[in-house]
Ligand binder design. Structure first.
Ligand code: SF4
Ligand code: SF4
Length: 287
């Protein structure tokens, strides 16, 4: 079974809740799909057993032995990635989209396209099973493709190790990497919080989940910070045929647990939040 934890908006406590769910299992494949800012490997201090390069795209590179600084490539680059500095043509790597146009039009054949291989993905172990995560290098692209690679690796490990549950920690937003995280999963856990942006992003996420026809359960984190908005969340969820399965109170122990490199379930197993998360685990991951 594959369960993805998503939030739409960042800062809802999604990753802390995912970590707590993972630490209730004795053998799980935990996948950090937030390849722009993966952090679960830090929390659990996972081991690196396998490392893979990810080719995220291509960048243009000038051969100055051939370039005559005619400026033609600069005129045609629609990403403003080619500039002149002190009369010399230069490519600003972070702006280059890898479209190949400059390499095709250069009369001197002075531009080559080079694969970007700085992004990586890793597989290893942590104290509750196996962990897979990706790390997109700064300025590199194809985040969704890297999420797919990370998920493929997780599926291979689950099959080889006969592990039944894959738990995916999704990235924030509703863009391409989120779509790559949720396609084909069995269940979604949507973590939201009582704020206007939390409600807005929850509804956007529910629309996506409905489109993909994925069973979705909602968790309201820090619900007691604004009970009226929490009630609104429950009403909106009903309108989308989704169920709020848990309301977690604001809990400073989450931060204390993280400082100790533990999930709240490990750090304070008898706290109200840890108990609520245990009931979520029973409801969603054991059934
Ligand atoms: S088109 Fe080719 S020769 Fe002209 S400036 Fe660009 S790289 Fe140099
Ligand atoms: S590959 Fe495309 S985006 Fe990159 S420098 Fe050349 S023309 Fe510009």
């Amino acid at each position: 079974m594959q369960v993805a934890v998503i939030s739409g908006k960042g800062g809802t406590g999604k990753s802390s809740i995912t970590a707590a769910l993972a630490s209730l299992s004795q053998n799980i494949v935990l996948v950090d799909c937030d390849v722009d800012a993966s952090n679960l490997y830090l929390l659990f201090n996972s081991t690196h057993e396998e490392e893979y390069a990810f080719v995220g795209g291509e960048k243009a590179v000038i051969d100055y032995n051939r370039c005559t600084h005619c400026g033609l490539c600069m005129v045609y680059c629609r990403f403003d990635a080619i500039v002149t500095e002190n009369g010399k043509i230069k490519i600003k790597e972070v702006f280059c989209d890898g479209c190949h146009l400059c390499s095709r039009i250069c009369p001197e054949k002075a531009i080559a396209m080079i694969e970007e291989k700085n992004s990586k993905y890793f597989a290893g172990s942590f104290r509750h099973g196996k962990m897979v995560y990706g790390r997109l290098a700064p300025g590199e692209e194809n985040t969704g493709l890297l999420v797919n690679k990370v998920r493929e690796k997780a599926k291979q490990i689950a099959k080889f190790q006969r592990i039944e549950t894959i738990l995916l920690d999704g990235p924030p937003g509703i863009g391409c990497p989120v779509m790559s995280t949720i396609t084909g999963v069995d269940k979604l856990l949507l973590v939201t919080e009582p704020s206007l942006s939390g409600i807005h992003d929850m509804e956007r996420m529910l629309a996506v989940a409905k489109h993909f026809n994925i069973e979705t359960k909602i968790i309201i984190n820090k619900y007691d910070l604004h009970t009226e908005l929490s009630e609104q969340i429950e009403q909106k969820a009903k309108a989308w045929d989704a169920t709020v399965i848990a309301k977690i109170p604001y809990e400073p122990l989450f931060v204390k647990a993280m400082i100790q490199q533990q999930s709240i379930v490990e750090f304070a197993p008898d706290s109200p939040s840890a108990r609520i998360i245990a009931s979520i685990y029973d409801t969603v991951l054991l059934h």
